[in-house]
Ligand binder design. Structure first.
Ligand code: NAD
Length: 326
């Protein structure tokens, strides 16, 4: 099988080379982005591996099919950027990757602490010799009720870590997990909204979860609630978040993901004029911390993403469809 890999970062090249050697397979590596200009490079290959920064809609999938691509892997856990239904329909088999949930879970705990301990403000102040305390009083996790929405691999790991802090943990998922019930209490979504001081989101993005945080849901939450999102920006309505921060209904935000981040994150735009007013407006608040979708970005995850991206394609080619997305 001939595999073409796009979106390869410099540091990943050596890992791809090792994987290519151990799996003894034909893998060509490209550091350019997979996009409308580069897609024609797929001609002559059987499989393609990409990162998650381009929408793979029916038009792109038809092109891949026309170029002879039978298998597609996204080196990400989330696969909401791919029209999987359409891929299935036209016979392009798709898989994603898995990597240890601790990368995102650790980052989530860090965001909680950064927001709760007003770290952004204290860091800025230190740099300008402002050592005053006003406005920097924080909260300890032990005394809070934390709501975890989505108790899959990452949500569960966040709950495990949180249990060490001794706080009350509420959980919500459409499927309940037995292990989680040892550390957290599953409740109805509205109860979680009503009783949590801090809510962290770990659901996948789908039709049901898109915009699940809007003005209506925020109105059900406690005054001063802290929201943490390391899942997908589209879970939250941006205008509702802005209103919530302006009115002080929301006491703090920690967002590693952002709607429309595809055009911004993971690039240096230092000399560019950014046209995303909402983002610029939101990030200037002292109680809002934005990070550029880096919760996944650790040594172990990068290694697993590279390996998983190739192994998933080979498995499907060999008739093992356990990892295929349907
Ligand atoms: P997972 O599939 O193990 O868990 C997702 C959970 O969402 C499942 O338990 C599922 O039942 C639940 N869910 C689905 N629909 C729901 C609904 N309507 N309400 C409540 N829960 C619902 O996935 P995971 O590995 O835990 O990852 C979770 C998400 O984190 C991914 O989908 C991805 O979008 C995001 N992610 C972000 C980063 C990052 O760098 N920021 C990295 C990896 C993953």
């Amino acid at each position: 099988m001939k595999i073409l890999v796009f979106d390869v970062r410099e540091e990943e090249i050596v890992i791809f080379q090792q994987v290519r050697k151990t799996l003894n397979t034909h893998v060509d590596i490209l550091t350019c982005a997979f996009n409308d200009e580069t897609i024609n490079q797929c001609v002559g290959y059987d499989a393609v591996s990409i990162a998650g920064m381009k929408s793979i809609d029916s038009v792109v999938l038809d092109k891949l099919k026309e170029y002879g691509i039978k298998y597609l892997s996204t080196r990400t856990i989330g696969y909401d950027h791919i029209d999987v239904k359409y891929a299935n329909k036209i016979g392009v088999r798709v898989c994603n990757v898995e990597y240890p949930p601790e990368s995102v879970a650790d980052f989530t705990i860090m965001l909680m602490l950064l927001v709760l301990r007003k770290y952004k403000q204290s860091l800025y102040r230190q740099n300008v010799n402002d050592y005053s305390l006003t406005g920097l009083k924080g909260k300890t996790i032990r005394n809070l009720t934390i709501g975890v929405i989505g108790t899959g691999k990452i949500g569960r790991t966040v709950i495990e870590s949180l249990s060490g802090f001794g706080c009350k943990i509420l959980a919500y998922d459409v499927y309940q997990n037995k292990e989680v019930t040892k550390l957290a209490t599953y409740v109805e979504l509205d109860t979680l909204y009503k009783e949590s001081d801090l809510i962290t989101f770990h659901t996948m993005l789908n039709e049901e979860t898109a915009n699940m945080v809007d003005e209506n849901t925020i109105s059900k939450m406690k005054d001063g609630v802290v929201l943490i999102n390391t899942a997908r920006g589209e879970l939250m309505n941006l205008q509702a978040l802005i209103k919530g921060i302006e009115s002080k209904k929301i006491g703090g935000l920690g967002l590693d993901v952002f709607e429309e981040e595809k055009y911004i994150y993971h690039k240096s735009l230092i000399n560019d004029i950014l046209s995303n007013r909402d983002m610029a407006y939101l990030r200037q608040f002292p109680n809002v911390i934005l990070t550029p979708h880096i919760a996944f970005y650790t040594d172990v995850s990068v290694e697993a993403m590279v390996r998983g991206g190739i192994e998933g394609l080979l498995a499907m080619e060999q008739g093992d469809y356990a990892k295929e997305l349907l």
